[in-house]
Design a protein around this ligand. Structure first.
Ligand SMILES: Cc1cc2nc3c(=O)[nH]c(=O)nc-3n(C[C@H](O)[C@H](O)[C@H](O)COP(=O)(O)OP(=O)(O)OC[C@H]3O[C@@H](n4cnc5c(N)ncnc54)[C@H](O)[C@@H]3O)c2cc1C
Length: 428
């Protein structure tokens, strides 16, 4: 497996709703659509196919939510990292416009699925702050707000004492863009809830079932596993940054970048309320971004770039403590109770990609760390596409596989860069 660490110490694993129970794959099966990967993309595809009465089988190498979907920070943001006009610059007006239209309301789809299927995942649609971490970033935040407002996005610029009340931080007191479309979830519970909804809609899921090979004979694909095989005309490969060696080209189509998180135990209502009275998420303007949020039990959770394993662990936790105490002095002395990391797939233009390397094979990939909304939406549009939907309605141009150049060198460079940053950073 490409994966390098289990969920040891993950808060989301600890506090999630129960995992779905699924049968082991046995023998050789046929279905309409085979989905490889049990994260948001694969499960949303399976759910939406099921809602249309189309048969699908999801093969997940480990457990539902094992990849980014069970490890992320749970910040449900609209759009992608780039602003809508920057997306159009990258993809062209027509294709860029399609992607913007599909993703600008992606939290609507996430929260409507949560409502419809009564998914118990700490869902809150309380908006999100992107806050300047230093005075030098105030103009950048103001410019971002003006650009977003001029595009008709319903954002607010928050400054001064209002902001300090909303963040409880003297560092985040200058300026922030508030986006009311966004919200937060318990990410593992959302993944498991999607799986439960997909099962209810008629999909089949087999966990602990890594695909070892995928071959095309005539117009049918066969996914071989140790316990049997699945044949289908249409395959969605939804393994994203966790793609292992069974499809080496797809594995090389993104640069793997690690993010880590650390969480305290439950805080008193006073302290939790002083950090985030509205319980909205926050991310900042650092190049190596930091995000902060509080979960339903009142735990503070910080997220930033880097890998929380081996010798990186004490470096990251020490840095997280230093940063946390400067951002939120009211948290001094709180112990970290959980720490974990996960892998994201990066692309050179910061945009997701969808490959169709062969007939019947569709591969959405590379959400660049913003995958809750995009994974859910792209999963739904993959379901439409395999049912004969028009390529013109698909949010991204379907391309041949493009391998990221210098993938391993770039991955090592990012990891080393974050380590150096954690070592020398004392300015927050
Ligand atoms: C630490 C971290 C923080 C993040 N924070 C946020 C955030 O706050 N907001 C946000 O929107 N996004 C965030 N992201 C990004 C988001 O989590 C991902 O983009 C999203 O979960 C990707 O979903 P997916 O279904 O495409 O892939 P994944 O969830 O990664 O699922 C891929 C699955 O494929 C399986 N697999 C791999 N190989 C095989 C095989 N051979 N056979 C069968 N199955 C296989 C894996 O086991 C895995 O379960 C974050 C990511 C990380 C790592």
């Amino acid at each position: 497996m490409a994966d390098v660490e289990k969920h040891h110490n993950s808060l989301w694993e600890y506090s999630a709703s129960p995992q779905v129970e699924t049968p082991a794959l046995a023998g050789d099966l046929d279905t309409d659509v085979l989905i490889i990967g049990g994260g948001y993309t694969g499960l949303s595809t399976a759910l939406h196919l099921g809602e249309s009465g189309v048969r699908s089988i999801v093969l997940e190498a480990q457990e539902v939510g094992h990849g980014g979907s069970g490890r992320n920070a749970g910040l449900v943001n609209p759009g992608v990292w780039l602003l809508p006009n920057e997306v159009e610059e990258q993809l062209g007006k027509q294709a860029g416009g399609r992607l913007n239209a599909a993703l600008s309301n992606s939290p609507d789809l996430v929260f409507s699925i949560i409502d419809k299927y009564e998914i118990d995942c700490e869902a809150k649609r309380n908006g999100m702050l992107q806050a300047a971490h230093a005075r030098s970033k105030v103009q950048w935040v103001k410019d971002r707000h003006s650009q977003m407002a001029s595009l008709g996005l319903p954002v607010e610029l928050i400054t001064g004492s209002d902001l300090q009340v909303m963040t409880g931080s003297k560092v985040y007191r200058h300026a922030a863009v508030f986006d009311p479309r966004a919200g937060t979830i318990q990410p593992m519970s959302y993944a498991r809830g999607l799986a439960r909804a997909a099962l209810g809609a008629g999909a089949t899921i087999h966990q602990n079932c890594p695909v070892q090979s995928l071959t095309l004979t005539g117009n049918r694909w066969t996914a071989q596993t140790a316990r049997g095989s699945v044949r289908a005309e249409q395959v969605i490969v939804a393994t994203n940054a966790y793609t292992d060696h069974f499809l080496p080209q797809i594995r090389n189509a993104t640069v793997p970048v690690f993010m880590f998180q650390a969480a305290t135990g439950p805080l008193s209502d006073n302290i939790a309320g002083s950090i985030s009275p509205r319980r909205n998420g926050l991310f900042d303007t650092r190049k190596t971004m930091i995000s902060s949020r509080i979960d339903d039990a009142g735990r503070y959770i910080v997220c930033s770039a880097g890998r929380m394993t081996g010798d990186g662990r004490s470096l990251r936790t020490n840095w997280a403590t230093r940063v946390r105490d400067r951002l939120f002095p009211q948290l001094q002395g709180q112990e970290w109770k959980f720490w974990w990391s996960g892998q994201m797939g990066f692309t050179d233009n910061h945009l997701p990609r969808v490959f169709q390397p062969a007939p019947g094979l569709t591969v959405p990939i590379g959400y660049n760390g913003r995958g809750i909304g995009p994974g859910t939406v792209i999963g739904k549009t993959c379901a439409d596409l395999v049912q004969g939907g028009s390529i013109k309605d698909f949010p991204l141009p379907l391309k041949q596989v493009r391998v990221e150049s210098w993938r391993n060198v770039r991955a090592a460079y990012y990891e080393l860069g974050t380590r150096l940053y954690n070592m020398v950073d004392s300015r927050v």
